[in-house]
Design a protein around this ligand. Structure first.
Ligand SMILES: Cc1cc2nc3c(=O)[nH]c(=O)nc-3n(C[C@H](O)[C@H](O)[C@H](O)COP(=O)(O)OP(=O)(O)OC[C@H]3O[C@@H](n4cnc5c(N)ncnc54)[C@H](O)[C@@H]3O)c2cc1C
Length: 383
């Protein structure tokens, strides 16, 4: 970790902007053909992901020999940004594209990479993240779900919770306890494993979220047997790997664009000539968004340059998720002074209600506000 926060000045290159037009055209055609409705449903659509895969937009930074396109993180940034703004259903490929694929690239055996990575890039293979447990969320290093050595490889017993889309996933990357922590290092003793979700002994049960939807789950492991080649990286040393994985999870534009439809709806409701209050409020929101975007693009640029900007990624997630959490309330306040002259205010109210119900999760998923601030403070040498 660096001793200071340093966002490299990064601009999107011309090829990334050219790609943006291609992505916009694709999304416009998909919407016009009625293939998906923006921001509606649980966002999991395998057929849509296969079309995205055919375009070469999943795993696009990965080597060609594994199905990737060897394009830059900045090009990937543009694709992610356009998909978020267009409310596209990317959940069937997003986790694998963002973080599970990069973990496999770094730590899986050559034969696993050759089999699994191309199927991810085709949009045919979905991943879940098995980190959190009932008594181990922020404190991941307290994980208790065990992987014990046995004749066939490893025997898994325990429970993961809040596992997003485990009910659809083909694989999970699970953080499992392979030995006890040591006195010197309480992070020691955890290992990452690739788990095929069809392995006997795995039970996935729904946990219903605050909006009454099923997107995360409890996953129980009862004497699940995994072969030796399912170990990712070094046994007992996952604390190093999981930290790098979280930098991927925290840095993207999804950390402030998840409810961007609130802003676009606000602009529509305020109309072409908002009053002074509306103009100032909107100007402030757009300026904040622009700053967040520059910071996030900078992180993508640093990833492209081979750096590990964990501290900057934590800043983007903390500032970004707080911004999007406040957005529905801010939009409701600004719109409350606009006369309801029949310009489809019902749609605005419906979207705001949905966004308000979902808002608490932003500062929890991928690391809570308090944990991110601890990381930032440690990175600055303050603790
Ligand atoms: C929508 C959503 C999707 C998720 N998807 C996944 C997933 O796919 N896979 C997965 O593994 N997990 C997932 N999670 C779980 C998420 O990572 C955890 O909820 C999160 O890490 C917090 O853990 P916890 O719920 O156990 O809360 P706790 O860790 O118990 O925290 C409770 C409160 O105490 C605070 N706190 C805890 N420790 C400290 C400390 N040291 N200093 C200061 N304050 C502290 C926290 O900030 C929080 O406010 C998801 C969560 C959500 C909301």
């Amino acid at each position: 970790m660096t001793g200071k926060i340093a966002f490299d000045p990064v601009r999107l290159p011309a090829e990334a902007e050219a790609l943006r037009i291609e992505v916009r055209d694709f999304l416009r055609d998909e919407i016009q053909a009625g293939n998906y409705r923006p921001h509606v449903g649980d966002g999991f659509d395998r057929a849509f992901s296969c079309k995205v895969g055919a375009k070469g937009w999943i795993g696009m930074t990965w080597p060609k020999k594994y199905g990737g396109q060897q394009r830059s993180h900045l090009e990937r940034y543009v694709v992610t940004e356009e998909f978020l703004v267009a409310g596209a259903p990317t959940k069937a490929h997003f986790t694998a594209d963002r973080q599970s694929g990069p973990v496999l690239l770094k730590y899986a055996s050559e034969s696993l990479k050759r089999t699994i990575l191309p199927s991810i890039t085709r949009g045919e293979c979905s991943f879940a993240i098995g980190m959190s447990e009932p008594d181990s969320g922020s404190d991941l290093f307290a994980a208790k779900t065990r992987a014990d050595k046995c004749d066939q490889g490893w025997r898994i017993n325990g429970r993961k919770v809040w596992t997003s889309f485990a009910h659809h996933a083909d694989y999970m990357i699970a953080l499992l306890r392979t030995s006890d922590a040591t006195k010197e290092n309480r992070r020691h003793g955890l290992t990452q494993f690739l788990v095929d979700m069809k392995t006997p002994g795995i039970t996935v049960s729904p946990i219903i979220n605050s909006a009454g939807q099923h997107d995360f789950n409890e996953v129980i492991f009862e004497d699940v047997i995994l072969s030796e080649d399912r170990v990712l990286g070094d046994v007992d040393m996952a604390w190093k790997q999981a930290t790098a994985e979280l930098a991927f999870e925290r840095s993207g534009p999804e950390r402030f664009l998840e409810n961007i439809y609130v802003l676009t709806e606000l602009i529509r409701v305020l109309g072409p000539q908002p009053d002074q209050r509306g103009t100032e409020g909107l100007g402030r929101l757009v300026a904040q968004l622009h700053t967040l975007r520059q910071m996030s693009i900078s992180v993508a640029g640093m990833l492209s340059a081979g750096k590990e900007p964990s501290l900057e990624a934590a800043v983007v997630k903390d500032v970004g998720t707080n911004w999007e959490q406040q957005l529905p309330n801010c939009a409701r306040n600004l719109a409350s002074f606009v006369n309801d002259d029949g310009n489809n205010r019902g749609r605005f109210d419906e979207l705001i209600e949905n966004a308000t119900i979902m808002a608490p999760k932003y500062t929890i998923q991928g690391g809570t506000r308090e944990i991110l601030r601890s990381i930032i403070a440690r990175g600055l040498g303050l603790r």
